[in-house]
Write a protein that binds this ligand. Structure first.
Ligand code: NAD
Length: 249
């Protein structure tokens, strides 16, 4: 799980899982480029980590020019990019009948289009390094359906497909691409959303650090033969229906 000296670009790094991943990478000897629309928060985190280890950049993942600027700023500061974590995402609630075009387009453009633009933007730098690791944060919502969040589900299934296509295209260049599928994780995105965790065999949420561990594994050479693959951390949520036969039938 050695990531010493690696340069890691993380989208949505100002808070939540992205911020935890940034702290963990920096603590393990990596340098981090923190991209977010929340520039002030990203700058505060970069200052906490230290200017020698962290750079904050304004990045709206829906905008190709922001990606180009983030990559250029990262290369100017650290000279290379070894790892991309496509983490930025939004969750919006609408059933299909009431979902506007604007909402659909926004969710798809950030959650799925953001990952696409990010991969496209880092390919030249990673090719120049002779390799890299791209980690796309999907969800259990990329593995099964939930009602009332159709755009989110479609975007996260899309991230899973994009991962497989990119893995095939980039394997010859030593660039690995994998998707991570967290279950319920304790961040602001889902604050107060779940009345209980009876749908999860482990009966709890994950802490963001438990997902960061998986991301660091995928960034490191410890996962050197894994690409185009799905890595699930969901407390057993997608493993089956908890307690379906609990009454003894
Ligand atoms: P969060 O809302 O706490 O953090 C998301 C970060 O992304 C924020 O810093 C936000 O400013 C940033 N962001 C939003 N739109 C952006 C944009 N257009 N460009 C750049 N940055 C943008 O959410 P989180 O829970 O940390 O989620 C991180 C990722 O994990 C998301 O992709 C989310 O879909 C996924 N995920 C979350 C959970 C969960 O239960 N929290 C479960 C599965 C997957």
């Amino acid at each position: 799980m050695d990531v010493t000296g690696k340069v890691v670009l993380i989208s949505g790094a100002a808070r939540g899982m992205g911020a935890h991943e940034a702290r963990r990478f920096a603590g393990a000897g990596a340098r981090v480029i923190l991209g977010d629309v929340l520039l002030e928060e990203a700058e505060t985190l970069a200052a906490e980590i230290g200017a020698d280890r962290a750079l904050a950049v304004r990045l709206d993942v829906a905008r190709a020019e922001d990606w180009d600027r983030a990559v250029t700023a990262g290369l100017d500061r650290f000279g290379r990019i070894d790892v991309l974590v496509n983490n930025a995402g939004i969750l919006r609630f609408s059933d299909i009948e009431h979902c506007s075009d604007a909402e659909w387009d926004q969710v798809l453009s950030i959650n799925l289009g953001g990952g696409f633009r990010g991969i496209r933007a880092v390919i030249p730098a990673m090719k120049q390094n002779g390799g890299g690791s791209i980690i796309n944060i999907s969800s259990t919502a990329g593995l099964k359906g939930f009602g009332g969040v159709a755009a989110y589900i479609a975007s996260k299934f899309g991230v899973r497909g994009l991962t497989k296509a990119a893995a095939i295209e980039l394997a010859d260049h030593g660039i690995r691409v994998n998707s991570v599928h967290p279950g319920n994780v304790d961040t602001e995105m889902v604050d107060g959303l779940y009345p209980d965790f009876n749908h999860v065999p482990m009966k709890r949420m994950a802490q963001p650090d438990e997902i960061a561990s998986l991301v660091i594994f995928l960034a490191s050479e410890a996962s050197s033969f894994s690409t185009g693959a799905e890595f699930v951390a969901d407390g057993g949520e997608t493993g089956g229906m908890p307690d379906l036969f609990a009454d003894g039938r």
